[in-house]
Design a protein around this ligand. Structure first.
Ligand code: G4P
Length: 583
């Protein structure tokens, strides 16, 4: 099977000199982690300038809204020129690269080190990797196709950004096509997500009459002179909003000019001033309009994002050596290196059977060859991080140093799993695991050939460790019973089957189940028994997750919602956090 590379979420790390920073503490405000003095006390502290100039972002959207196109344009403006084509090789886009070289040099912005595409696809689907990517990012960008408004997968991804309280920027793309009214898009966001938006760039017209945007922060209109070539650089003319005479002449469309004046007045009246604290807390989304394909508004978006996005955030963790279960905060400025694994993948290069762990650096500096502890290994066991790679789509290049906010790929000795923490220094730091989200597809899987059983088990164990899918089993099954796979998209099953075949040379048979939703029962097995005894779980399947915690499978949303409503003691949750790892 050939997988076409496709993306449901992209992570970028941008660096910029001389930023205005809006820093933020994520999570509860608790004790800062103080690193114990160690004999070998060589500081791994990251230079403040490196921390302050980094902004990472995860771009999320429904397929086809334009992530790949926006990413390419961000890269072009951000200076990762030769790599831009790695996102999607296109002759005409490569041809535009030189246009941007001078911009990059002038502005000192560079989008570096990391572009990660999540998902394989030929089928427009998405997987849990998409969710996990959000665990590694500090900012998120919701991309909307302006003709379509909010779409189903945007909604799912939004739930994750909300759970993480990530700052969310909204970019309404494809304004060069007939679009919904910007007010309608704002209403949709507010009605569906209970999220207010703050228009930063406001569109003037749409489709063939898309003239440009009003930058409401600067009170300047950016008028775009359309380029002849598709994907070519657009020329921009800036006119102060108060210079009505010039504006009217250049917009050259009475109806749009009048509408701009009216919109400006209305927005100034209706929208309260921008509250950056609310943006940082994910309560208010700065809203942008543009057209990535024709380069309208992407550069402006990048500039504003660099100002408004949060720098690499402080994260909560536990100190596994402490006798109390104190929650600690690890800030990017801490003396030691810490990072967590949010994706693993084996056999990326079939010739080498390599295994990679993708690590998000939280504090300190990664340096080539450094030795780190691992949250689930014995305290004095150290691993040598001999080599790290920056990832750029399917390309990789070696990196010697990485700072908080960066994502690096390291060789996985086999024991690094999703959610694990790597650290230097004497404190055994462990960040909380990455949650699992409600799967929507369920299927038994087995090997048709008993003689393949060993390879089948080995392959499945590897794929489950990687988090390629979730595994569920019947209650009290210690591993001998039927294995049920659960995924957020059908494609995950196909990937599992294809990889079993390609990498472990085993066939597999899937037997799909008709359930479409899972809920974890946070109040435990006693609560499940109580509901079962009262006849409340009719038509619902009771299973356990890999940590033997109760999970209920439902055939539809309605059934899950009504059970949650009627039997509150069950404490049904659509996602679960892995328990703290054992030593
Ligand atoms: P995705 O990664 O979110 O799935 O979206 P992608 O960037 O691949 O864009 C999906 C389609 O939308 C592509 O067209 C792309 O050219 C188009 N597109 C992206 N941004 C804009 C925009 O601002 N305006 C318009 N009009 N179209 C846009 P395609 O036909 O699927 O592919 P291609 O032949 O153009 O590559």
């Amino acid at each position: 099977m050939i997988f076409i590379h496709f993306t449901a979420c992209i992570i970028l790390v941008a660096t910029c000199n001389g930023l205005i920073t809006h820093s933020k503490l994520l999570g509860r405000s608790v004790k800062p982690l103080l690193f114990a003095e160690t004999v070998e006390s060589v500081s791994n502290k990251a230079p403040e300038a490196e921390i302050n100039r980094r902004r990472n972002l995860a771009i999320i959207s429904h397929p086809d809204a334009g992530k790949t196109t926006v990413t390419e344009k961000l890269l072009l403006y951000g200076g990762a020129l030769q790599q831009a084509g790695a996102v999607r090789q296109k002759a005409e886009q490569r041809g535009t690269q030189s246009d941007f070289m001078s911009i990059e040099q002038e502005r000192g912005i560079s989008i570096s080190s990391t572009v990660m595409n999540f998902d394989y696809n030929g089928k427009r689907d998405f997987s849990e990797d998409t969710y996990r990517a959000l665990a590694a990012a500090d900012n998120s960008v919701m991309l909307i196709d302006s003709a379509k408004g909010l779409e189903p997968q945007t909604r799912k991804l939004f739930e994750v950004t909300r759970m993480r309280k990530l700052p969310l920027f909204t970019f309404c793309n494809k304004m060069d096509r007939p679009a919904l009214s910007p007010y309608e898009i704002m209403d949709q966001i507010e009605a569906e997500f209970n999220l207010e938006s703050f228009p930063v760039l406001w569109p003037i017209g749409d489709g063939d009459r898309f003239k440009g945007v009003l930058d409401r922060m600067e009170n300047v209109v950016h008028l775009f002179i359309k380029s002849v070539e598709r994907g070519g650089k657009a020329d921009v003319q800036q006119v102060p909003m108060d210079d009505l005479e010039t504006l009217e002449k250049l917009i050259d469309d009475k109806e749009l000019f009048d509408k701009l004046l009216e919109d400006r007045e209305l927005l100034d009246e209706l929208i309260p001033p921008l509250d950056m604290d609310r943006v940082s807390a994910g309560d208010l989304t700065p809203l942008f309009f543009g057209s990535a394909m024709t380069n309208f508004g992407v550069q402006l978006f990048l500039d504003k994002f660099l100002e408004m996005g949060v720098k690499p955030a402080t994260r909560v963790a536990v100190n596994k050596d402490a006798s109390s279960d104190d929650v600690l905060t690890v800030s990017p400025e801490h003396e030691e290196f810490t990072g967590f694994v949010f994706k693993t993948q084996a056999n990326m290069d079939p010739k080498h059977r390599d295994r990679l762990a993708y690590v998000r650096v939280v504090s300190g500096v990664y340096e080539k060859g450094m030795k780190v502890g691992h949250s689930r290994s014995k305290p004095n066991k150290k691993y040598n991080l001999a080599q790290a790679q920056a990832l750029f789509g399917s390309d990789r290049s070696s990196v010697d140093v990485a700072y908080p906010g960066d994502v690096i790929g390291i060789n996985n000795p086999g024991c690094f799993a999703i959610g694990d923490t790597l650290y230097t220094g004497s404190n055994r730091v462990a960040f909380p695991g990455i949650p699992s989200f409600s799967p929507e597809k369920f299927s038994y899987i087995r090997s048709p050939n008993p003689s393949d059983y060993k390879s089948f088990r080995k392959g499945m164990d590897q794929l489950l460790d990687e988090g390629a899918v979730q595994a569920l089993r019947q209650r009290n099954d210690d591993g001998g019973g039927p294995l049920m796979l659960a995924a957020v998209g059908q494609l995950q099953f196909e990937v599992v089957q294809a990889r079993l075949k390609e990498e472990y040379n085993v066939e597999s048979i899937m037997e799909p189940l008709t359930y479409s939703l899972a809920r974890w029962v946070n109040s435990g097995w006693d609560a499940v028994d109580k509901a079962d005894a009262a006849g409340k779980l009719f038509g619902i399947m009771i299973v356990q997750d890999r940590w033997k915690r109760p999970v209920l499978l439902f055939r539809n949303d309605w059934k899950a919602a009504s059970l949650a409503d009627e039997e509150k003691y069950l404490e049904l949750a659509p996602w679960s956090q892995p328990p703290d790892f054992e030593s």
